[in-house]
Design a protein around this ligand. Structure first.
Ligand SMILES: [Zn+2]
Length: 310
């Protein structure tokens, strides 16, 4: 069983202006690197379905989902700004529903043993989207929609979500804090956008605030000491990854000094946990990563580790 690789052409149709870093070119860079690295032919491609209203409202307020649906502009060139850095274009709603739907399909594929692991190569990202608020380039919380699907449809009682994006996964924390069925671990630059994460005392949340200029060795030591014992003790039935690569040294969205081997390392460590506890079941969803070359390299490194062990 090889890796399920889930995307959709409509994820290219979301556009927030000519100079916005969360751009369709991110997916082109990843696709190019997948071909150049030879991994394109080693994965099984799937088209992401549209997440349904029912799937979205497991983690978002119904009125919020309706507000996003109604905010979508009709004109080809017009943008509706949701916050200072997050806008909807004509294609955003479809892209956002595909991105969340990718996580749902990924869960279905691993829970029915068609694949051990799945990677959702989608945009917009999701981990900043709270139950009632779009922010930080995110509209629907893709990984949360996937986790809720795993619990609702497959009856899972223990889902671990590991978020190594350089920004705190405030949306995922907002949705699942104090939900004992979910263990949420987030590592992030602090103090930094969105400013959350250092204060949360929910027993199911493990936040690791790290200073700017954090190196790979410091990141690995923190994960080894703080995340992995909690994941091991939790004994997850499914491991989900919010895979953001904006902590790379070449990515100037933030100020970490991580490199490809660090992303390979954490993918491998999480895979070891998945083998030990949940038959290798991993669902990974793309979050951030804005320097196109390093994003492509990091995703192919991450996918290579998932393939190698899928
Ligand atoms: Zn980020």
């Amino acid at each position: 069983m090889n890796l399920a690789y889930i995307g959709h052409s409509e994820c290219f149709g979301h556009f927030m202006g000519a100079h916005h870093p969360e751009a369709p070119d991110r997916l082109h860079a990843i696709g190019d690197r997948m071909i150049a690295s030879g991994m394109e032919i080693l994965v099984t491609h799937y088209d992401a379905p549209l997440a349904t209203f029912e799937q979205l409202t497991r983690v978002h307020d119904p009125d919020y989902v309706r507000r996003i649906e109604e905010a979508a502009p009709k004109g080809d060139e017009s943008l509706t700004w949701i916050d200072g850095d997050t806008a909807m274009s004509k294609g955003t709603l479809q892209a956002a529903r595909r991105s969340a739907g990718a996580a749902v399909l990924a869960v279905d594929l691993v829970m029915t043993d068609k694949h051990h692991a799945a990677f959702c190569c989608v945009r917009p990202p999701g981990h900043h989207a709270e139950r009632v608020r779009a922010m930080g380039f995110c509209f629907f919380n893709n990984i949360a929609v996937g986790a809720a699907h795993a619990m609702e449809v497959y009856g899972l009682q223990r889902v671990a979500i590991l978020d190594f994006d350089v920004h705190h996964g405030n949306g995922t924390e907002d949705i699942f804090k104090n939900d004992e069925r979910v263990l949420f671990c987030s590592s992030f630059q602090h103090p930094f956008y969105p400013g959350t994460g250092a204060e949360c005392d929910a027993p199911n949340v493990v936040n690791i605030p790290l200073p700017k200029l954090t190196t790979g060795n410091e990141f690995r030591a923190a994960v080894e000491a703080r995340w992995l014992p909690r994941v091991d003790a939790f004994a997850p039935q499914l491991i989900m990854i919010s895979a953001g690569f904006d902590g790379h040294a070449e990515d100037d969205m933030a100020h970490f000094n991580l490199r490809e081997p660090d992303y390979a390392w954490i993918t491998r460590r999480l895979h070891e946990m998945a083998v030990k506890h949940c038959r290798g079941r991993i669902v990974s969803c793309l979050e951030g990563g804005y320097h196109l070359s390093s994003l492509g390299r990091c995703v192919s490194t991450h996918v290579d580790e998932l393939i190698g062990h899928a």
